[in-house]
Ligand binder design. Structure first.
Ligand code: R5P
Length: 290
């Protein structure tokens, strides 16, 4: 097999090391220095050989992590024409369309920058939407953590479990989770005010959740607003325990605490973003995609 080098960015070093191990590849770490004015300076610690894979998530500080990713790709391109850029959590993915007139589709700006830096292929995990993938003019592969999350939940003893998407946009994700878990799913109807960002659950009362343990499945948790509203609504329907499964747990500020206060027993996420809830490893699914 031809030689592969994985370069781990500061935001994804542990995941990058796991990926290198799975691929039997060389691993190179990067050293990061952030200047007092916020500029990033990165140094790779060895010379990459063969096909290069750059791994870096773009969770907060989103813009800094993007610049660092672009810098690593630019450096990698000096050594190889084949530079796969793995962005486990792709920031800006929610800015995939012009919701209100005059808005800029920033995801398309990111897509152009990655191509200009020299990426030949992109791999992301559970991209927010398939529409977003269309902004990339190079091959982009969207792999899913959902089967891994579902197998984690299969090991828990849940009472007559039901999978719930907090909004209709997440219906397919909930269906996939339910298929892997081996149960049914439903999707709530959520409304988000595009100006204030406030969310409301506008579903009618539900009998189907009464007494059942629920797994709320989402691609990401940012402020926790969507999950809190969904959990409060579901508790009013007299459900059993509520668990949350998500790929990307950003958990901004005290989102985790707010979610627990709303009646959620546990949040389980993947390691696209490192943190206390990041129990499910995605290095295997990324390795398969490579
Ligand atoms: C929305 O469509 C997404 O799938 C998430 O539900 C949402 O972005 C989560 O954001 P927050 O935690 O701030 O409600």
């Amino acid at each position: 097999m031809s030689e592969i080098t994985v370069i781990g960015g500061n935001a994804s070093e542990v995941l990058a090391k796991r990926l290198a191990k799975k691929l039997n590849a060389n691993f190179i770490s990067s050293e990061l220095r952030v200047f007092p004015d916020g500029e990033s300076k990165i140094t790779i610690t060895a010379k990459p050989k063969g096909k290069i894979i750059v791994v870096n998530s773009t969770y907060p500080p989103v813009d800094s992590n993007f610049i660092q990713t672009l810098s690593l790709v630019t450096k990698a391109r000096q050594f190889s024409r084949q530079v796969i850029c793995v962005i486990p959590y792709m920031g800006y993915a929610r800015q995939d369309r012009e919701f209100l007139s005059g808005e800029i589709i920033t995801l398309s700006v990111i897509a152009k920058l990655l191509v200009a830096a020299g990426a030949s292929k992109i791999i992301v995990v559970d991209a927010h939407s398939t529409l977003g993938l269309k902004h990339f003019e190079i091959p982009i592969k969207n792999v899913s953590a959902v089967p891994e999350l579902a197998s984690y939940f299969r090991r828990l003893r849940l009472k007559h479990p039901l999978v719930v998407s907090p909004d209709s946009g997440g219906k397919e994700r909930a269906a996939e989770f339910a298929k892997h878990y081996g149960t049914e799913y439903i999707a709530l109807v959520k409304n988000r005010d595009r100006k204030t960002g406030k969310v409301k659950i506008i579903s009618a009362s539900l009998d189907s959740v009464r007494g059942r343990d629920l797994i709320l499945v989402d691609d990401m948790i940012s402020t926790g607003g969507s999950i809190v509203k969904a959990a409060q609504f579901l508790k009013r329907q007299k459900c059993g325990k509520i668990y949350v499964a998500c790929t990307h747990a950003l958990l901004i500020d005290s989102a985790g605490k707010k979610i627990k206060r709303a009646g959620v027993s546990a949040i389980i996420s993947s390691n696209t973003i490192p943190g206390n809830t990041s129990i499910v490893d995605v290095s295997g699914v990324i390795a398969k995609a490579i």
